[in-house]
Design a protein around this ligand. Structure first.
Ligand code: PGA
Length: 242
């Protein structure tokens, strides 16, 4: 694993957008593992610009998102379906709907939905590139501290720290869903290449733990040591303590 300080969020976001663009440009049938959160907003906006400038054909690109809140419908303004449409799919409306995949948070049968999603990633994946943010507590996807390495897509309970971190997007903390459907750590590790981004002081602790080289179940991102092709891009504020 390489942890590289690219100086600022703008450069790291553009570099990541370029890598995603390049992947699709090289292989029109690319599979992308996508993530949400504040970290990714600039990545998608740079990606939209690059795709527009080059009139990129994405009609055969498949995308898989990491997670979705339990109980939120696709059109709920804080759902990850809504986020993805707002930042990417509506802005570059050339992805085919049937090629865009997210777990369905308001599915009636959540067990059937998690099994469907895990199988879908197995059948249509693996992702050529999976992009990841990281939680202040070291989570990736919604795999919270204590998650097993061999976990697959399932319903997870969000920790207090995650609920609080995500409450900035909701009117009240009580409105933040307490559960999500998340790819598991083994689902994430199936990707061929992983790019993790972390920006800002609040991520410094998690990145410092990730830089330690010590695998720790309480810092789920450290499972990425098991993967041969992981890059971590940070800004100055999130760069690990030496
Ligand atoms: P953020 O979330 O990009 O909103 O900081 C990242 C995460 O929790 O994985």
């Amino acid at each position: 694993m390489k942890i590289i300080n690219l100086g600022d969020k703008e450069k790291a976001s553009f570099y990541t957008a370029y890598e995603l663009f390049n992947q699709m440009n090289e292989n029109p049938e690319s599979k992308l593992g996508l993530a949400t959160g504040g970290t990714m907003v600039d990545v998608y906006s740079d990606l939209v610009k690059l795709m527009e400038l080059n009139d990129l054909d994405v009609s055969n690109v498949e995308t898989f998102n990491l997670d979705e809140y339990v109980g939120l419908s696709a059109d709920h303004p804080e759902s990850y379906h809504h986020y993805m449409h707002e930042v990417l799919f509506d802005r570059y409306p050339h992805f085919k709907e049937e090629n865009v995949h997210l777990p369905i948070g308001d599915a009636k049968d959540l067990d059937a939905e998690t099994a469907r999603y895990e199988q879908l990633v197995k059948d249509k994946g693996p992702a050529d590139i999976q992009i990841l943010g990281i939680g202040e507590n070291g989570h990736i996807g919604f795999n919270e501290p204590g998650t097993e390495k061999d976990s697959i897509t399932r319903v997870v309970d969000l920790t207090e720290s995650t609920i609080q971190a995500n409450s900035r997007y909701f009117d009240n903390e009580e409105d933040v869903p307490k559960q999500a459907i998340s790819m598991g750590l083994s689902t994430i590790l199936s990707a061929k290449r992983i790019i993790l981004l972390a920006f800002g002081e609040k991520k410094k602790d998690a990145i410092t733990k990730l830089a330690s080289g010590i695998q720790d179940k309480d810092v789920p991102a450290t499972v990425l040591y098991d993967h041969p092709n992981v890059e971590v891009y940070v800004d100055n504020a999130a760069a690990p303590e030496q």
